[in-house]
Design a protein around this ligand. Structure first.
Ligand code: ADP
Ligand code: MG
Length: 596
């Protein structure tokens, strides 16, 4: 008797499970399946991403469905179209020996009439995203009034995406007696609220850190100054030539920006976020699956549906707002028994968050420093040498060899190797030779900002009607910051300076990235020379045109003409790579902006 048989699954399922090559049930499957098979009960099951939750509800659901009846008997709600399709596929695989069982996917961005027609033919199981499901119900294209089971999959993410009201509305069209099975990676308050409101005495299952998804993942963090984040990311990529990664940013904007910069710098990158149309997202995912894209820059929500094995690195460009989300991110790598690395780029003020994450994942992080230029060059050279070793000789070049040999006849093998590598590497070497050390703590890096304060340049000043007090009020209001959060406000004629704690830098740069005030485009930059700001806050009272405390890097008298480029990272601006190697993808990224 095999392990799945012991759980009480019937022959059709066991055969399909064997075909899929599953040998032993995962913990969440072992705990959920027997309960769901034996009891008619509500259930809350918590387990990390990648632990096999789909089968944990899919197997028992299939076994409980009456395939001889064409009525819709179960509804599975999932947050994204990608997940919806993924679950539908899995269910189809599991039920391949139950010929009369039909499962239909219902999601936005595709023809609603086609979906309605499939349902009409008899769909015992509907897998749906909440928005489209509501549409279907409203237009009476689906009838869920007699379902026996409703599964809320990735419940935390559905709530993150603001589907609470939709779920509530959908559930109001289902019978009271139906059983609700909720699966989630985390249990934030909102999920607990759903469990309380829509479920009756649910059995609760929690699977600890001991699962097949994450134990293969090692966690590393890299301490850098805020303004070196992007350069640090490039170094991490350059130090891992075979990288196949998902890079997480907090916002759609950052996601788009980082992807565009990477493309500009010659990396095979693309963005994945909710502002892309469905077609664009499909295209990006297709390119990612086929490895045309090595670095997929994604928001948490958009990445939720990614089910790609073999991802070598997850890079947290920023830590997520909800620290629990970290487990979703790191769960994208280390799948299917492979090893993976989850890297976090952080600034000093965030180190304590790492400790919180460690508690959640019950694993320790390793602190590592951003590889320096030498290390990267070495790695790249060995990588190239290996590539050469593996390369099959192309005999089409044979006819040209005599002339080539002639041209190179004066060189020894050693010289030829050196020359050959120099062709590939001079650019790389030149680039990294001058590259600064990016680790925040190292003495060779840029001076760390005093007391964690950051000084900013803003392109408005007294000509725009501001004095230090009104500018401070204006900033506080726009940024929703407290009384003392903005300080050392120094107003010049057509531009000004101010300070905040480093923790607000993201917010400030984000807020003022495309900001328009009374028809004036407001631009905020981190100033180049932060050292001039060591004094305490007290001197601020004397501000408003008093002392000449100009930051180097900006010329007081030039009236705020500013190039718009962040000056601090110019050294590292252009990548060592040659031109962009992924024109198609680049185009797909640039043709964006239509709402999904
Ligand atoms: P979750 O929903 O918990 O994130 P999934 O259901 O998407 O996880 O499963 C993750 C991967 O693990 C899928 O590729 C799935 O086919 C595979 N898987 C699930 N259960 C098993 C098992 N018992 N043995 C081997 N692989 C499994
Ligand atoms: Mg899942």
């Amino acid at each position: 008797m095999n392990a799945f048989q012991k759980l009480g699954l019937d022959a059709d399922l066991l055969k399909a499970i064997e075909d899929m090559g599953f040998e032993t049930p995962s913990e969440v499957q072992e705990k959920s399946i027997p309960i769901l098979l034996e009891q008619e009960t509500d259930l809350v099951s918590l387990a990390q991403t990648g632990t096999g939750k789909t089968a944990a509800f899919g197997f028992p659901l299939i076994q409980k469905i009456d395939a001889n009846s064409k009525k819709t008997q179960a509804l599975i709600l999932s947050p994204t179209r990608e997940l919806c399709l993924q679950i539908t596929n899995e269910i189809k695989n599991y039920s391949k020996y139950k010929k009369s069982l039909n499962v239909v996917a219902v999601y936005g961005g595709a023809s609603i009439t086609d979906q309605a027609r499939s349902i009409e033919r008899g769909a015992q199981i509907i897998v749906a995203t909440p928005g489209r499901m509501q549409d279907m119900i409203r237009r009476k294209l689906a009838n869920i009034s007699s379902i026996g089971y409703c599964v809320l999959d990735e419940a935390d993410e559905m709530l993150n995406m603001g589907f609470y009201e939709d779920i509530k509305d959908i559930l109001s069209h289902t019978p009271k007696e139906k059983k609700t099975w909720l699966f989630s990676a985390t249990m934030p308050k909102e999920v607990a609220k759903i469990a309380k409101k829509f479920m009756t005495n649910p059995v609760e299952i929690t699977v600890g850190s001991k699962n097949m998804g994450t134990s293969n993942v090692s966690h590393e963090y890299y301490l850098v100054n805020h303004r070196n984040r992007y350069d640090a990311l490039k170094r991490l990529a350059d130090a891992n030539p075979e990288i196949f990664s998902v890079i997480f940013c907090r916002t759609k904007r950052d996601t788009q920006k980082v992807a565009e910069k990477l493309i500009e710098d010659g990396y095979n990158a693309a963005a994945l976020h909710g502002d892309l149309s469905q077609n664009q997202r499909d295209l990006v995912m297709k390119s990612f699956r086929s490895r045309q894209i090595q670095m997929l820059v994604a928001t948490d929500v958009a990445a939720r549906g990614i089910d790609v094995d073999d991802i070598t690195h997850v890079i947290n460009y920023q830590l997520p707002d909800e620290i629990e989300t970290y487990t979703h991110r790191s769960g994208r790598t280390g799948r299917a028994g492979k090893n993976g690395v989850s890297m976090v780029i952080i600034s000093k003020s965030e180190v304590r968050k790492i400790r919180t994450v460690e508690k959640i994942i019950q694993q320790k992080f390793e602190e590592k420093s951003i590889p320096d230029g030498k290390e990267i060059c070495k790695t790249q050279l060995f990588h190239l040498a290996n590539d050469i070793k593996k390369t099959e000789i192309n005999h089409d070049i044979d006819p040209y060899l005599p002339s080539i040999n002639e041209a190179l006849e004066d060189f020894t093998k050693e010289e030829l190797i050196k020359k050959f590598f120099s062709v590939e590497f001079t650019r790389f070497f030149n680039y990294y030779e001058k590259a600064p050390d990016l680790s925040a703590e190292s003495a060779g890096g840029r001076p760390e900002v005093s007391e964690g304060n950051i000084r900013y340049f803003i392109n408005i000043g007294s000509k725009d009607g501001f004095d230090w007090m009104s500018l401070k009020d204006f900033l506080k209001e726009q940024l929703n910051l407290g009384r003392d959060d903005v300080f050392k406000v120094d107003v010049k004629a057509s531009f000004s300076f101010f300070n905040t704690d480093e923790q607000h830098t993201d917010l400030i740069l984000k807020t003022f990235s495309e900001f328009n005030h009374n028809g004036r485009f407001i631009n905020v930059e981190v100033t180049k020379d932060q050292k001039s700001d060591r004094g305490g806050r007290k001197r601020e009272r004397g501000g408003g045109g008093g002392g000449r405390r100009n930051s180097k890097g900006f010329d007081d008298n030039k009236g705020g003409k500013f190039s718009g480029k962040r000056r601090s990272d110019r050294n590292d601006k252009k990548g060592p790579r040659k031109g962009s190697r992924n024109k198609n993808i680049e185009n797909s990224v640039k043709r964006r902006r239509s709402k999904a």
